[in-house]
Design a protein around this ligand. Structure first.
Ligand code: C2E
Ligand code: CA
Ligand code: CA
Ligand code: CA
Length: 275
């Protein structure tokens, strides 16, 4: 038994060490990858649920390493957040999205709305609002055509800070969506205070809506809550026609998911929109 114990603790510390080494390696790779333009942005259309008409797109970050491997954002974004790298990377995403918005306007899509994800680390950064203002100016676009997606958990983490930064964001004309809605525990009064424009139902509830009572209850409540507060409600992760019909039945306005289109590079988005 003693030997077994020693064996397992050895295994444990070895695993911890290699885990930390892995993360360090990944972060180093991310740093050079960013410098060497391995990061790029793809766009996933957002549509009106009933008509399928495109209203905008969400910008999503991708990292392809030199050997052609894709590292999922769920792995490298937390690292970028912890290391501070999210500040330059977040600026890169914002500027890329603004340039693409400008391009789409020159192609005649005037009221296209570009959604961009932002992290708490960016909200905490003192240069965040300046970065946003400069991006708008340099790319010749209006805040009105951009929506910042903040997560529900962010709104809970430091409500005072988020409220303050949101006020400045609103001044620049941006709209704001609460992402992954239903996964946190925000209260009705907190939600009202935040003055957001849109609620985005988390993919988990969309995909559970027809199979579990809890999933469908949450989906129903989020739609009712959003509608009751006069907000637009968008659902993410819609993969089937049944899910689309179900969400229309609940009164959900907009949607995003593989049923309509997967995230794609800018040129593909432009081609997709022409059809
Ligand atoms: P998110 O903001 O909740 O983004 C939605 C995720 O769902 C995306 O994953 C998208 O590709 C995926 N998705 C879209 N439609 C479907 C569908 O029909 N079925 C399924 N199963 N999945 C679908 P992705 O691109 O891997 O991004 C993961 C997360 O990484 C994002 O979740 C977001 O939190 C974060 N992220 C991505 N880009 C950025 C960025 O530029 N900045 C920040 N701060 N976070 C980002
Ligand atoms: Ca999002
Ligand atoms: Ca989401
Ligand atoms: Ca998510």
């Amino acid at each position: 038994a003693k030997q077994q114990q020693r064996g397992s603790s050895q295994y444990f510390s070895a695993a911890m060490g290699s885990d930390a080494r892995e993360r360090f390696k990944l972060l180093k790779g991310l740093r050079t990858g960013f410098e060497e333009s391995q990061l790029f942005v793809v766009y996933q259309p957002q549509v009106q649920l009933e008509t399928g008409r495109i209203i905008g797109a969400e910008a999503l970050l991708r990292w392809r390493t030199v050997d052609g491997r894709f590292v999922p954002p769920d792995q490298f974004i937390p690292l970028a957040e912890q290391s501070g790298l999210i500040i330059p990377i977040g600026e890169f995403v914002m500027r890329t999205a603004c340039n693409q918005l400008n391009k789409l306007r020159s192609l005649g899509y005037d009221d296209f709305r570009m959604a961009v994800n932002v992290s708490m680390a960016q909200f905490r950064h003192p240069g965040f609002i300046d970065m946003l203002a400069r991006s708008l100016q340099d790319c010749g676009v209006h805040g009105q055509n951009i929506e910042l997606e903040i997560t529900e958990s962010m709104a809970m983490e430091d409500a005072d800070l988020v409220l303050r930064v949101l006020a400045d964001i609103k001044q620049l004309g941006f709209s704001v969506a609460i992402d992954d809605f239903g996964t946190g525990f925000s209260s009705l009064s907190q939600l009202r205070q935040l003055q957001v424009d849109r609620l985005k139902i988390d993919r988990a509830f969309v995909q559970e809506a027809q199979s579990s009572t809890a999933g469908s209850t949450i989906a129903q409540m989020v739609v009712n809550l959003g509608r009751g507060l006069g907000l637009t409600v968008i659902a993410e992760g819609i993969e089937t026609e049944e899910q689309r019909q179900y969400l229309i039945g609940l009164g959900c306005h907009e949607g995003q998911g593989w049923l309509f289109a997967k995230p794609m590079p800018a040129e593909e988005l432009e081609a997709w929109m022409k059809r």
